[in-house]
Design a binder for this molecule. Sequence first.
Ligand SMILES: [Zn+2]
Length: 155
Amino acid sequence: MNHRSLQDTFTPSEIIKLKTLWKSNGRSPGWSFICPLCRITRKVPLHPKPQPRHFAQMLITSAFFTLLTWKLFQWKGLVCFIPFWCIFEVIYRSRARAALYCKSCGFDPYLFLVDSNLAKREVEVHWRKKFEQKGIPYPEAKGKRPLQQAPSPRP
Ligand SMILES: [Zn+2]
């Protein structure tokens, strides 16, 4: 078997260049990062915001719609770009937001930025579900109280 490792072929600095995920080549869609909780390399296929090519696609779509409805609206049909863009942006951003969720550990970076306690609870819910599916009791932390139970005031 003629199998060589990366160390045989490349210098250490070249290996770092090969393995890094933070440098994009500009053509690959989306971005990649390492999940801070489970350390799995994540590749999200979508950018957080729509790209210029989406803008061009929406222009072509609205031009096509304008041509279809030319007898009704004529040039005013180009206004359809605005509602098309609104619908597209809502769908695109919700898909990009859903793609951030790590399926292996339940960590949601966006939710962590908005409310870290809620993100921690979501991770715990995720792991409780996973343990429940396997039929294993969830290991409760010693001395940990649920967030709802506050110490009762003494008179
Ligand atoms: Zn993860």
